[in-house]
Design a protein around this ligand. Structure first.
Ligand code: ZN
Length: 198
């Protein structure tokens, strides 16, 4: 992983549907058009374990509310929690589990022909997951956060953050009811990728 220094390049107060949050952009390059983002409650207290969602960008789910996954609904649910619990969302620019939007669209095309999400990536010569959470750990550290209550269904995230010196004191599950379209995808996440969907 990169050893470059991730810096808080700019921040502002952002009013949202859920409440007002401090939005910060993190990157090692002030000209970076796609910095990682952190959204935190103005009264977040890093001396206590902080409710944190580490969310990897999913343009189709987060922006277009695609029914092929549950990312947008997970982000919305996390926003509600961080407003209530004075927490933070770390938004990482690793679209499509790190394969990028073009490969993701190609993978969706394969899925139309009956492959699951893992098989579709394999057909493209890609691995199922390229996500790296060490940047999230760097961002948390720069916000003064050492202990978190992680809002996730993904045990890999807990392991990965723990390996980067963030103490996960509790896991907060996000249970999003499946729809007819994403049911198979959620089953794959549960059965082949170890997600805890109960
Ligand atoms: Zn998604």
């Amino acid at each position: 992983m990169t050893n470059k220094l991730i810096l808080n390049q700019a921040e502002t107060l952002l009013p949202t549907e859920w409440g007002s949050f401090i939005l910060s952009a993190f990157t090692d390059d002030s000209g970076d058009p796609m910095p990682h983002l952190a959204l935190r409650h103005p009264e977040m207290d890093p001396s206590e374990p902080v409710y944190v969602r580490v969310h990897s960008e999913c343009l189709t789910g987060d922006i277009f509310h695609s029914l092929k996954c549950d990312c947008g609904q997970q982000l919305d649910a996390a926003m509600r929690i961080i407003e209530e619990k004075k927490g933070a969302v770390i938004y990482l620019r690793q679209e499509g589990r790190g394969i990028g939007i073009i490969n993701k669209i190609l993978a969706y095309k394969h899925q139309e022909q009956g492959m699951d999400t893992i098989e579709a990536n394999e057909a493209l010569g890609l691995e199922a997951d390229y996500r790296d959470y060490s940047i999230a750990a760097d961002i948390l550290e720069s916000l003064g956060i050492k202990q978190i209550r992680l809002i996730t269904n993904n045990p890999d995230k807990i392991e990965n953050l723990t390996a980067h010196d963030i103490e996960v004191v509790e896991r907060i599950p996000l249970i999003i009811p499946a729809n007819e379209i994403n049911r198979a995808y959620l089953e794959t996440k549960k059965n082949s990728m170890g997600h805890l969907l109960k």
